[in-house]
Design a protein around this ligand. Structure first.
Ligand code: UDP
Length: 240
């Protein structure tokens, strides 16, 4: 029996590092396939899915600029990295029969669709997974902000932040503190004031201003993503 999904349209944000497995760099195809399966299991519930994947497994602008590269150039390289990750995800999803569109904030018509809001909405209505690549298309931003921006534009009901190694937001780092406590729910302002590591501050502010809930959960748990939509599982909800 198929559970009634909690949300009809969601944004799934994962970091680029989620795709690298244990390799420490780049793309690990079996890991990409595993995440694609998780996405498919939610797609099977009839949920409309937007995705933003970071680029940190390939290139980070800050890292490049620390090594002497011009910051904006390095940021564009980071944005290009997200396109590679998006294409890898598209390939894995379509392998499983889930129609997927890669939509880039930076035009590159041979590999991805340009971002046209109404067109993207139409894809969602037709149950195609939309992977938004190229971040916001602007340097000095992050893919967290891109996820919050597109989630608002696409009228998503929630941003689901799939994390590796943690299943929510804790008062201190649970990997180094055995007495760390997980919050069931926190407010946007608490996240900002206590500087809790969820998304960067501009992404949180964007979600707050539009009352878009953020759900932080673990990507490591098989069925974790589906669990959130089915109304159970472990997570922290950030809300107003
Ligand atoms: N980036 C950018 N503008 C954006 C999104 C991303 O300049 O709107 C660049 C930035 O250099 C960033 C890199 O792309 O370091 C990869 O994105 P991010 O660090 O957010 O990836 P994640 O940490 O989620 O893997």
């Amino acid at each position: 029996q198929t559970p009634h999904p909690k949300y009809k349209r969601v944004m799934l944000k994962i970091s680029g590092e989620a795709l690298m497995g244990d390799q420490g760099y780049g793309l690990h195809p079996p890991t990409v396939q595993r995440i694609a399966q998780e996405v498919k299991s939610v797609h099977d519930l009839g949920v409309e899915i937007c995705m933003v994947i970071g680029g940190g497994n390939i290139f980070r602008g800050l890292q490049g600029s620390a090594q002497g590269m011009e910051r904006t150039t390095a940021d564009y390289m980071g944005m290009l990295a997200t396109v590679m990750n998006a294409l890898a995800m598209q390939s894995a999803l379509e392998e499983q029969g889930v129609f997927t569109r890669v939509i880039s904030a930076i035009r590159m018509d041979e590999v991805a669709e340009p971002y046209i809001r109404r067109r993207a909405v139409r894809h969602l209505e037709k149950k195609r997974v939309c992977v938004f690549a190229g971040g916001t298309g602007n340097p000095y931003f992050t893919t967290d902000t891109a996820a919050a921006l597109r989630a608002n534009e696409m009228n998503c009901e929630a941003i689901l932040m799939g994390k590796n190694g943690v299943d929510g937001i804790y008062d201190k780092d649970p990997r180094t503190n055995s007495d760390a406590k997980r919050y069931d729910a926190v407010t946007y302002d608490e996240v900002l004031q206590k500087n809790l590591k969820v998304m960067d501050a501009s992404a949180i502010a964007l979600a707050r201003d539009n009352s878009l809930p953020i759900i932080v959960f673990s990507l490591d748990e098989p069925g974790g993503f589906r669990g959130i939509l089915a109304g159970d599982g472990t997570y922290t909800k950030v809300h107003g």
